[in-house]
Design a protein around this ligand. Structure first.
Ligand code: THU
Length: 139
């Protein structure tokens, strides 16, 4: 997998989104796992949207921070919303987006950059590199 950049060479915007994701994590509803996650994304139109994980007593209904942010962005900008960049924050050495969220990110931004902490270090990847052979609906 191609690593775009190590922490020192992340752009100012990637750092900004990561800090916004950290703020968003403060709104997480995570009484079951106590694992609070935040996401901040920038659309290709230049708007920013936040998301946090929202858990449920019926555990499987939980929505991750990344999908919360993507769905908020689609609700605001409509079906042509496209992701330019997204950052994910978790109070953990590893805040990597789960597989389900990678598929959702791919839908709206296969070339978007994703910033998160991996092995304790802030890194940035392209969505397509995080999800090789993504599902595409071809009839
Ligand atoms: N979680 C996210 O918000 N994003 C991910 O990519 C992985 C996991 C949340 C779901 C759940 O509320 C908590 O983290 C523990 O799995």
């Amino acid at each position: 997998m191609k690593v775009h950049s190590a922490e020192a060479s992340l752009t100012a915007e990637q750092h900004h989104l990561y800090e916004a994701a950290r703020s968003a994590s403060e709104n997480a509803y995570a009484p079951y796992s106590n694992f609070r996650v935040g996401a901040a994304l920038k659309t290709t139109r230049g708007r920013e949207f936040m998301g946090c994980n929202v858990e449920n007593a019926s555990y499987g209904l939980t929505c991750c921070a990344e999908r919360s942010a993507v769905f908020a962005a689609v609700a605001a900008e409509g079906p042509n919303m496209r992701i330019e960049a997204i950052a994910v924050y978790a109070d953990s050495p590893n805040g990597s987006p789960c597989g389900a969220c990678r598929q959702v990110l791919y839908e709206f931004g296969p070339h978007a950059r994703v910033t998160f902490r991996a092995d304790g270090e802030l890194r940035s990847y392209q969505v397509a590199d995080l999800l090789p052979a993504s599902f595409e609906l071809k009839l």
